[in-house]
Design a protein around this ligand. Structure first.
Ligand SMILES: NC(=O)c1ccc[n+]([C@@H]2O[C@H](COP(=O)([O-])OP(=O)(O)OC[C@H]3O[C@@H](n4cnc5c(N)ncnc54)[C@H](OP(=O)(O)O)[C@@H]3O)[C@@H](O)[C@H]2O)c1
Length: 247
């Protein structure tokens, strides 16, 4: 019987990786970490141009692009622009998202669409467009930022939780659809703090086994793991949550 071919884990040096929502917070941590891995980074942003320019400068980004991810034609143009300029894409990190807190009884159709248009629809179309481009070289790595809220139910975030649970299922379904050339995995952060934490986040930190919130760098570590992994690791999720999701 012939041996199946084994694809070795790869270095990110010289790999072209797009990070959506890369201007600030977790996206910025991922972009900076990728730069340390010597990847060629493309920073995407929506509204935060100044912060995106700053992040791009700090990580020596090869590209900086704006797109409103609510809008599928803008997503298509984003990837067409990358294809025109670079002709390839090795990695895609779907980090951009929205987060709101509402009593489910108060959620309107507009509130629902506000969350789902970016958190789920845009992730799907970025995966689709990214995979199309990755097929030019016959290989690629996609990492979707989901959330512990997609695994555990949070009452005041029912619509957000549903969008992130959708990201987890997209990750699994697209991992099968895009195999064997392209892997699709997910990182599910717990509480990651950047500014003052609201009371609810403080409550979550109190019941986090690690007894603290996480950092953008810790999320970036898991993202890099999947970007480097062989194609034998696909459709998987790593929770970066200090154990908060453990039952
Ligand atoms: N922070 C946490 O504790 C935590 C917990 C669980 C999961 N996560 C997930 O981890 C990822 C990063 O978290 P974060 O807290 O750093 O995210 P964030 O600050 O809430 O959002 C990241 C970026 O998404 C971009 N974005 C939102 N809507 C957009 C649109 N319509 N078009 C283009 N860009 C858009 C924004 O870019 P601009 O500012 O340029 O507009 C924003 O800076 C997200 O997927 C989040 O759901 C975070």
């Amino acid at each position: 019987m012939s041996q199946p071919s084994v694809e070795a884990a790869q270095s990110l040096e010289g790999k072209l990786v797009l990070v959506t929502g890369g201007a600030k917070r977790i996206g910025r941590s991922i972009a900076l970490r990728l730069a340390r891995e010597k990847a060629r980074v493309i920073v995407h942003y929506g509204e935060s141009e100044a912060e995106a320019r700053q992040t791009a400068a700090e990580c020596g980004a090869v590209g900086l692009c704006r797109a409103n991810l609510e809008n599928v034609p803008e997503i298509v143009s984003l990837f067409e622009g990358i294809e025109k300029r670079f002709g390839r894409l090795d990695g895609l990190v779907n980090n951009a998202a929205r987060f709101t807190r509402f009593d489910p009884m108060d959620v309107t159709e507009a509130d629902w669409d506000f969350i789902h248009s970016v958190n789920l629809k845009a992730v799907f179309f970025c995966c689709q467009q990214g995979a199309r481009l990755m097929r030019n070289t016959g290989a690629g790595r996609i990492v979707n930022l989901s959330s512990l809220g997609g695994i555990r139910p949070w009452a005041d975030h029912a619509h957000y939780c549903a969008s992130k649970a959708g990201v987890l299922m997209l990750t699994e379904a697209l991992a099968k659809a895009f195999a064997p050339a392209i892997t699709v995995n997910s990182v599910a952060p717990g509480v990651v703090r950047f500014a003052e934490v609201e009371e609810r986040a403080r409550d979550l930190v109190r019941v986090t086994p690690a007894a603290r919130h996480g950092s953008g760098e810790e999320v970036a570590e898991a993202v890099v793991y999947f970007l480097k992994a062989s194609n034998f690791i696909t459709g998987q999720t790593i929770a970066v949550d200090g154990g908060l999701g453990l039952r």
